[in-house]
Design a protein around this ligand. Structure first.
Ligand SMILES: [Zn+2]
Length: 100
């Protein structure tokens, strides 16, 4: 397991960050979900990531460049499978601001 003071590990993290910023996620779909309210479940509710897409060129299909993302439907509190409601939000990013 790498440590945070390992220069080789930090260099790999820097490279991953640069690649992510060079080809960022520009659109995400979120769904509100609830942990089943049965007595053996926790009742958690919140937003889950359904999908993410990378930035596209003008005129390109906005859903053509899906980005890798964690989209499992598991309760972050108790690990049960959650129920996805019909409440969803699609968020589209403005161009990312330059980072220093
Ligand atoms: Zn739960």
């Amino acid at each position: 397991m790498p440590t945070f003071d390992d220069p080789a590990f930090l260099a790999r993290v820097d490279a991953a960050e640069e690649a992510a910023m060079a080809d960022p996620v520009a659109r995400v779909l979120l769904t509100h979900a609830v942990c089943p309210t049965a007595s053996d479940r926790c009742g958690w509710q919140g937003w889950l990531l359904e999908a993410a897409w990378r930035r596209i060129a003008p005129g390109e299909d906005p859903f053509s460049r899906r980005a890798p993302a964690i989209t499992n439907q598991i309760c972050p509190n108790c690990g049960a499978e959650v129920f996805r409601t019909y409440v969803s939000r699609e968020l589209v990013a403005e161009e990312p601001a330059p980072r220093n």
